[in-house]
Design a protein around this ligand. Structure first.
Ligand code: AOF
Ligand code: ZN
Length: 378
């Protein structure tokens, strides 16, 4: 049992290390341990991680690198239940069954409909000893967005707001409020998240790139999501022209505008009618792209829409060390007659600083309770 914990912890560490690289698949880590029954000796003989873009899977990679010896036993440790569906290649369960592995230890059941306990059952049917549930809390923290996507059909939402000391944002110019280190931290958030969401107004005023500019990780920039009813935006704005390999998804009611962007192959339009144009509908749609983690860097209006619907799971405030004064904007905007954001109830999880900037991480009580429920399931 002690060794199970130790090896599974290593599998989870491997999974955390490939987080951000594996979209649309969850990051999984796997360790193969060789066991000598007579000497009661065991050691790691190989390991694997989910690869870029999600395939090959972690177990496949670990198995491929293992030289299985007669007279030895083998145990497979995986952060997530091994899959049993034939996807872009064989399932991990069938790969395991081709080897002399006798025992499989994984942390949590994979809630994907194609797996969801079936991987475990098949392994058991073939006489493999299987156990799960160890280090569940760490695994659920790692896979929370993925679980929300697969179980509730919505991604995990992180709202990031950069404010001045007096809690204000710039209204009409794209100037830095926070320092370079804080901005690098925000770029690491962009890397970790599958998608980044912004409102049309902010696209127009700030003309942001919205990509990840940590050196070497530019290719892992998040999918860009633009929400704009009127969508009176030029196709020459940076968000539509820089880094064309990264997909941009537009939600709008403006059907006519779509044809201006016909040459832009990386931009997908969702034309909604007035009734459909609701934040809740929009984020539900994102799950069909496999998006599990969304970073909202939205502007005052978008911030207000998300908070009005109580949709923010994690809130990150990055606060610079100067005042913007009365000419600056509030972090929230007026968005109709009933902007009831009082139902949002946040817990302060962590506060830290980068030089003179202060970073605050809050968590929605609703989301905290969801995690607690998860810790007792799976
Ligand atoms: C594993 N090991 O490393 C990962 C798994 O699109 P496919 O065919 O690659 O399948 C994606 C699904 O595979 C994903 O939704 C999840 O159920 C599982 N992810 N499973 O055994 C891995 N990344
Ligand atoms: Zn697999």
């Amino acid at each position: 049992m002690y060794y199970d914990r130790k090896y599974l912890e290593i599998a989870l560490d491997l999974a955390r290390k490939c987080s951000g690289f594996t979209f649309p698949n969850p990051p999984v880590g796997c360790v193969i341990v060789e066991y000598d029954k007579i000497k009661k000796d065991h050691k790691i003989v190989s390991y694997g991680q989910t690869q870029i873009s999600g395939r090959p899977h972690a177990e496949f990679n670990a198995i491929k690198q293992t030289v299985f010896k007669a007279k030895k036993d083998y145990i497979c440790y995986s952060s997530l239940e091994p899959c049993c569906h034939k996807g872009r290649s064989e399932s991990c369960v069938s790969e395991i069954l081709k080897t002399p592995i006798k025992k499989v230890v994984f942390s949590v059941i994979d809630p994907d409909k194609r797996v969801n306990g079936k991987g475990k059952e098949i392994l058991k049917e073939y006489g493999i000893s299987v156990s799960n549930g160890l280090l569940k809390k760490s695994a659920i923290d790692l896979y929370s967005g993925y679980f929300l996507n697969r179980i509730f059909g919505r991604p995990k939402i992180t709202l990031k707001i950069a404010t001045s000391l007096d809690g204000k944002i710039y209204g009409n110019k794209n100037k830095w409020i926070t320092n370079g280190i804080t901005r690098s931290f925000v770029h690491s958030l962009r890397f970790e998240n599958d998608a980044i969401l912004i409102g049309g107004n902010t696209v127009k005023i700030d003309n942001p790139r919205l990509d990840c500019r940590l050196k070497g990780l530019e290719g892992f920039s998040p999918i860009k999501i633009v929400i704009s009813k009127s969508f009176d935006l030029s196709k020459n704005l940076k968000i539509f022209s820089i880094n064309p390999k990264v997909k941009t998804i537009v939600f709008t009611t403006n059907l006519k505008k779509k044809k201006d962007f016909i040459s832009k192959k990386n931009i997908e339009f969702h034309i909604l009618n007035e009734r459909e144009f609701k934040i809740k509908n929009i984020i539900k749609k994102l799950t069909s792209y496999g998006i599990s983690n969304v970073l909202v860097e939205g502007g005052a209006k978008i911030n207000s829409f998300f908070l009005r619907e109580n949709l923010v799971d994690d809130l990150i405030i990055t606060r610079g060390n100067f005042f913007l004064g009365k000419d600056a904007l509030d972090t929230l905007a007026k968005i109709g007659p009933n902007p009831n954001i009082s139902k949002n109830n946040f817990l302060l999880k962590k506060v830290w600083n980068f030089k003179n900037d202060v970073i605050e991480h809050y968590r929605n009580v609703k989301y905290e309770n969801f995690l607690k429920k998860m810790y007792t399931g799976f």
